[in-house]
Write a protein that binds this ligand. Structure first.
Ligand code: MSP
Length: 509
């Protein structure tokens, strides 16, 4: 028997200093779409997300909230889990960096680096930004601030270092040999020029605060939060435990999905650390862009945070998922506006797909008593160009998903729905009802079969609505994966269709 193909995808782990907002939901949503897609495509999937709970930033936030760090992180972490439930994310695991399993693995990773001679003790003197949890060189500062605009403070303390400077050539070789290691291209170029500019050894411990994982053998030092946090990708699957089934099964990860702001940590530090520890490298780092709100940078101080929970309440979870995956080329920055959200919902979900389904199922109710003698029409349907096109859709959509091109994948599906709308208007089955009963049934059958393809392929993006459509079409639960996108599984009218109900309501501006 063939071994089932595996797929491991991760989100960044989210800082718990803040409430979850649309930026967090976006990274996880992209991963959820891929995870769902891969499951439907026959892969054994591991989809990991979680919370980054250590470090000075979180410690400060806890202090400001007048709570012990542990109580504080327990509370905020739950909010991130809740966001996942509301957005219908299907993560298989949720790692918290305060969990024992994580701390244990982070320590083993540290020891491995030490054993391999890549860690040394020295003194750090330089700039640190708590907000970014990042060290900056003098030359990187802009008007006394971090390039991100975050305030910096001068730090002078004893510190352990990782010998990052020695990895410059190896990293450049890696980017050269594996052009799709960092995507998209613009981020890849940015990383390459950063690494070409030369790398300093990385300070990987701090002594000025306590909220973190102590350095093994030297409790005065706390591991630098980023080194510890990056380890989540392997700690969650049991790194360091000889009997860990998941580590052997799922590592190396297929994708670490991240935002553009944290690409350096993932595409420079993380591969260097892994190479130094003798661990295989992930296959891809994909860095997506940032969302603005009605043209403005999203920030707490501007009070314009987009709350995904509110959006879901107002527009529905699938509508929100659809918009964010559809609106802008994945990798680019994007602007959120209510108008464009409503436009997308109305024009593509309601008018195009919803309307097509509604029209077809009502005609089948009205003119065919809710059923069609399907076996008579299967061969005929598969001779039609529109069904042939639908049949070719999966491989095209798959190619787009391989490149994390979500809007491209959706567009292919929408195009088929467009074609089906043109087809129904041209054939006018409501007129055929009076002149050619057999052709009317053919036409309705063809559209239902195309609708089956559309709904099955929409599942990763709009899971709840897709399943409502498939329920309306009476497609059994075990016939909804991609292996069923063929003639053998063509829609059968074993029972009458139930009364149609609106799947995608329209919204007014
Ligand atoms: N804790 C680190 C990641 C450690 S991973 C080993 C972190 N956390 S974060 O909560 O600040 O950010 C998590 C993700 O949210 C990042 O990928 C970031 O790009 C994303 N976003 C935060 N605001 C965003 C927007 N406005 N738009 C899109 N994504 C943004 O960084």
């Amino acid at each position: 028997m063939n071994k089932q193909k595996t797929y491991y995808i991760t989100t960044p782990i989210y800082y718990v200093n803040d409430s979850p907002h649309i930026g967090h939901a976006y990274t996880s949503l992209a991963c959820d779409v891929i995870a769902r897609f891969k499951r439907l495509d026959g892969f054994a999937v591991k989809f990991l997300t979680g919370t980054d709970e250590h470090g000075q930033k979180v410690e400060k936030a806890a202090l400001a909230a007048n709570k012990s760090p542990q109580n504080f992180v327990d509370e905020v972490s739950v909010r991130f889990r809740k966001l996942g439930e509301i957005m219908h994310f299907t993560n298989d695991d949720f790692i918290r960096t305060t969990e024992e399993r994580h701390k244990k693995a982070a320590i083993i990773l540290w020891q491995k680096l030490q054993e391999n001679g890549h860690i040394y003790l020295s003194k750090y003197a330089g700039w640190y930004s708590v907000r970014d949890e990042a060290f900056y060189a003098e030359g990187e500062l802009i008007e006394g601030k971090a390039p991100t605009g975050a305030p910096v403070e001068w730090v002078e303390e004893s510190s352990y270092f990782f010998d990052l400077s020695k990895w410059q050539d190896k990293l450049l070789e890696l980017y050269e040999e594996r052009p799709d290691f960092i995507m998209p291209e613009s981020r890849r170029n940015e990383v390459i020029s950063f690494v070409k500019g030369g790398l300093n050894d990385l300070s990987i411990s701090r002594t000025s605060f306590k909220w973190g994982v102590p350095v093994p053998g030297d409790n005065n030092h706390i591991m630098y939060v980023w080194i510890e946090a990056l380890a989540n990708y392997i700690s969650a699957i049991g790194y360091g435990d000889e009997n860990a089934v998941d580590f052997n099964k799922f590592w190396p990860a297929n994708i670490h999905m991240v935002g553009k702001d944290i690409v350096r940590f993932h595409a420079v530090y993380w591969p260097a650390i892994l190479m130094a520890a003798g661990i295989e490298l992930p296959k891809r780092i994909f860095a997506h862009g940032w969302w603005t709100n009605e043209g403005q940078k999203i920030s707490k101080s501007l009070g314009n945070i987009i709350d995904p929970l509110q959006l879901v309440e107002e527009f529905g979870v699938d509508q929100v998922r659809y918009f964010f995956m559809r609106e802008i080329p994945f990798g680019n920055d994007g602007n959120f506006s209510r108008d464009s959200l409503i436009n997308r919902i109305n024009s593509e979900l309601s008018n195009n797909i919803g309307n097509l389904l509604q029209r077809t199922t009502s005609l089948i109710q009205k003119n065919c008593d809710g059923t069609i003698a399907s076996s008579k029409y299967i061969d005929l349907a598969y001779q039609q160009s529109i069904v042939k096109d639908a049949n070719l859709l999966l491989s095209k959509v798959r190619d787009k998903i391989e490149l994390q091109d979500f809007p491209g994948a959706i567009e292919l599906i929408i195009n088929i729905a467009n074609q089906a709308n043109i087809f129904i208007d041209r054939e006018a089955p409501w007129l055929l009802a009076k002149t050619d009963d057999d052709r009317m049934r053919q036409v309705l059958y063809i559209i239902m079969e195309v609708m089956r393809y559309i709904a099955i392929l929409l599942q990763p993006f709009t899971p709840e609505s897709a399943s409502k459509i498939l329920n309306q079409l009476n497609i059994p639960l075990n016939s909804r994966d991609f292996a069923c996108l063929n003639k053998e599984n063509a829609i059968k009218f074993d029972k009458k269709l139930s009364q149609p109900s609106a799947i995608f309501p329209r919204f007014n501006k």
